[in-house]
Design a protein around this ligand. Sequence first.
Ligand code: ADP
Ligand code: MG
Length: 449
Amino acid sequence: MTSLYQERREDEAMGAQSGERLVEVDGLKTYYGEEGGLLGGKPVKAVDGVTFDVHRGETLGLVGESGCGKSTLGRTLMQLETATAGSVEYDGTDITTLSGKKLKEWRQNVQMVFQDPDSSLNTRMTVGELVMEPLNVHSWKTPQKRRERVRELLDVVGLSEEHYYRYPFQFSGGQKQRIGIARALALEPDFLVLDEPVSALDVSVQAKILNLLDDLQDEFGLTYLLIAHDLSVVEHICDRVAVMYLGNIMEIGPVDAIFDEPANPYTNSLLSAIPEPKPNAEKSRITLRGTPPSPRDPPSGCVFSTRCPYKIRPDAYENLDDDVWEGIEVFREVLRERGDVTKSVRDRLRGLLGMETTGMDVEEVVADTFDQLDVPSDVQQYIDEAVEHVERDDLVSAQEVLHEEFGSVCENEEPEQLAVGDTGRVSRCHRHREEYMGTQTYQDVHDFS
Ligand code: ADP
Ligand code: MG
């Protein structure tokens, strides 16, 4: 490669060592449909206040269930979506305020690789034209130099000169993704957002593309944000990982630290879903209660509070029988799902713990949940009060009664990002606060004192 690449590689290697920040994201929000219209004008809070950095030369993984806002976050970092609030500083410049010529200039530094190479490549262009397109758009050097550059890029991504005049349909999925990568590299970017770059590929091809990305990163000193839902990919490729739930980053830090000992209850349940044949790992799969809330109507306090197995109880109920407590949580979740106007009836039917609760009247739900249990009379009194409200079709009051009595800090206060351990990891959970560390069962699972 050219000497330009050489110089840059040395720079970036130094940056990576010192943890220099290339991208600094602060309080970033991206809402869809804010202009009103859809569903009572409630916007989709796809990204709802994230603060993190991407270090120069690293691969930062971004994981979380489908719909949690990963692509929206990636697209907002690229300025393909407009931020609703907050800032994104790239190399010290707030890019959310750029427009026109400045924006176009800046765009050369950053590129995106998409999941589906089929839909991201124009089928009527030859491979050579496809890879040259970004060079043409930015009037890169001379036409002669552009052709040379395209040949060089084909070589870099493991394609050959003879592919220049062929069309995408003549290529396999893996080869098409190589074309996508060549396009992304054309303008010598520093930062790539890779949005599930191998999800659409066969497993055998996935490894090849991931190795290619790894080699390219070393060769050109690239910085990656790698969006993935396959956690094993993240574990093997990334330096750090950010875990997203309902538009929030719940935990971010070094991959090893997070995979070995997740600090955040959400990370813990997400990781419990990976089958891992480690001899001594006593990991049991955690099944979460209920369904994920809608990003149009996220829970108050901690966004994970409606499903969290480690939710903090109010003091008065710390010693309440665990099954009764779980019953109260399930009952509250039933009411929340019933009240969730953004969910289809079908979603609500599928809802909870295998219970088909929508068709049941509220007395039956309560009977099902509490009948075998020894419910203290003071608890029973609030349940009865809630049932009365439901019978008068007043779901809101029912929810309020239960929230007031059984709600805790988890539903009332948004957790801050707190440092956990000394690896630079941060996590958003009230459990990390001194006063809540020792309560109930959490300390058995997470001993970070
Ligand atoms: P992920 O990549 O984690 O699967 P997305 O960022 O694609 O999540 O979506 C986050 C949320 O935003 C989802 O609820 C999705 O339905 C919604 N969403 C994504 N794009 C749009 C859009 N263009 N308009 C409205 N809602 C959208
Ligand atoms: Mg996505």
